[in-house]
Design a protein around this ligand. Sequence first.
Ligand code: GAR
Length: 208
Amino acid sequence: MKKLNLAVLCSGGGTNLQALIDAVENVELSAEIKIVISNNSNAFALERARKHNISALHLSHKQFATPEEFDQRLLEVLKQNQIDMIVLAGYMKMLSSTIIRAYKNRILNIHPALLPHFGGPGMYGMHVHEAVIKSGVKITGVTVHIVDEVYDHGAIVMQKPVEVKDDDTPETLAERVLKVEHDTYKKAIQLFAEERVEIRDSRAYIQP
Ligand code: GAR
């Protein structure tokens, strides 16, 4: 089976990255993580990559005079590493249209709720779980979707539910959702490695 060359983009702790590293090592995911890129030089995700001999790169808009120069450098790095798919794993920056068009239908994101609910600008990390609890819904979950030019909008590839308990705090809920994220992301990416995903009319169709 084809091995997907992945670039994983992270901003923080990188537990989703770790789950993907483990899945590759355990041969559950037919991929190679060629590079981990973070906009944050202190991201523990970079540390996790180095521990597994994966290239780790700090790349931030702050290092460039214009957003276009950042994009050019990012594209160069992706090309050098022959990247098939970009995987966002807790990456808190919006990618530009230039990048999204260059990797059309080849950028994935994981969101800690059931889109199209609890998504959009400002809805990231703990803010999502706070909003979920405040709304009173009993079910939340995980969404893996294609990244298009609208925030949290692209074709949904996989979703898994997580129960919201009456005594949940944003932290306890986040912890339970994260566990499901770790199991879901590798399975969703594996579908691409198996070439079982077709994106048509803004929907993802999965071959059985
Ligand atoms: C994860 O819960 C991920 O779904 C979320 O940030 C967390 C990163 O955790 N992403 C977003 O909210 C993107 N909108 P991690 O660094 O431990 O993988």
